[in-house]
Design a protein around this ligand. Structure first.
Ligand SMILES: NC(=O)c1ccc[n+]([C@@H]2O[C@H](COP(=O)([O-])OP(=O)(O)OC[C@H]3O[C@@H](n4cnc5c(N)ncnc54)[C@H](OP(=O)(O)O)[C@@H]3O)[C@@H](O)[C@H]2O)c1
Length: 288
């Protein structure tokens, strides 16, 4: 039997600020071959989108982030450092995509990350709420994919990655309208992947579980029995009451999502197409 031992070098660097993450302080040496790629990430001035931008810049990609205000774009650029540019655009409306198409007519990697959520009892979800979440979470990604996919197919290389959620396959009763948008992303992603047959373009979805971000911290507080409790108590109560099946039993850190996205963005992930990858802390109990 031939045993091949591949040396993997892991360098311990400066401890990162990112608290519970198993990635804190770890630098990897795997080359994701993203140096000649341009990536566009929506909803990228905070949270998971910002973490994805940071990870792709770290891997040497040219990164374009989209947000609604110059101020937040500038703050994000300052946080990320060199290697990133920003476009101010509101992707919640159809004409809102135009500045993006004008400033970045071609990209190699599109990360449809923009998405909003809010806890609301089903009977209180008005038509406008259903449509607002659909426009923001679904149509933003549909419009950008419709624009960028043909060029990727023509150049015979590209990556489209939808940031969905574990809520796509386990509809949260506290926000059914959100669950609907996340399920829709899975359908769109798989359908688009079918159109890439025989090419080097892939379309995949990442399904994060509860991940630390401004949005989720305010969401957890809205779900808390004692809104004045500490952040740690609010987080612990959320996992024991609402996500008890989570194996991680803590919020995921943005970078723990971003590393999977960076892998999917890489040429190394060529054989993964039409997939929905779970990065949800093990809270989905199904075995596939
Ligand atoms: N965090 C989680 O626990 C979690 C779990 C599963 C899936 N996800 C998915 O991951 C993606 C990112 O989530 P996140 O929690 O990282 O996001 P977030 O931190 O709440 O927001 C990210 C960005 O979205 C933009 N945004 C916020 N509210 C908006 C609104 N009403 N209309 C338009 N844009 C708005 C903001 O950018 P500007 O103000 O600069 O425009 C903000 O910087 C979403 O698709 C979400 O569904 C998140």
């Amino acid at each position: 039997m031939l045993l091949i031992v591949v040396p993997i070098r892991i360098t311990l660097g400066e401890p990162s600020r990112c608290c519970g993450s198993a990635l804190a302080g770890i630098q990897r040496n795997m080359d994701l071959q993203l140096q000649d790629k341009t990536a566009l990430i929506t909803g990228a001035t905070a949270g998971i989108g910002l973490a994805i931008a940071q990870e792709l810049v770290r891997e040497g990609a040219r990164v374009v982030i989209v947000g609604r205000t110059r101020d937040k774009i500038d703050q994000a650029i300052a946080e990320i450092g060199p290697g990133v540019v920003g476009i101010v655009a509101d992707l919640t409306t159809a004409p809102g995509s135009d500045p993006v198409f004008a400033a970045a007519p071609l990209v190699d990697i599109l990360v449809n990350n923009l998405g909003i959520y809010e806890p609301k009892p089903f009977v209180d979800i008005a038509d406008e709420d259903w449509l607002r979440l659909f426009q923001t979470n679904v149509m933003s990604g549909v419009r950008l994919s419709r624009h960028y996919l043909p060029g990727m197919l023509q150049r015979n290389w590209g990556r489209i990655i939808f940031i969905s959620s574990e809520s796509a396959v386990m509809t949260p009763p506290e926000m059914i309208h959100y669950g609907m948008t996340k399920s829709a992303q899975l359908a769109i992603s798989r359908g688009l992947a079918e159109t890439t047959k025989g090419t080097a373009v892939t379309v995949n979805t990442v399904m994060p579980g509860p991940t630390r971000s401004e949005g989720i911290v305010s969401f957890l507080r809205q779900m808390a029995s004692d809104p004045a409790a500490t952040d740690a108590a609010v987080e612990a109560e959320f996992f024991s009451k609402h996500r008890s099946s989570s194996l991680l039993q803590r919020l995921i850190e943005g970078r723990e999502i971003a590393t999977t996205v960076a892998y999917l963005a890489s040429p190394l992930s060529a054989a993964t197409n039409g997939a929905a990858l779970r990065v949800e802390g093990g809270l989905l109990r199904s075995i596939v």
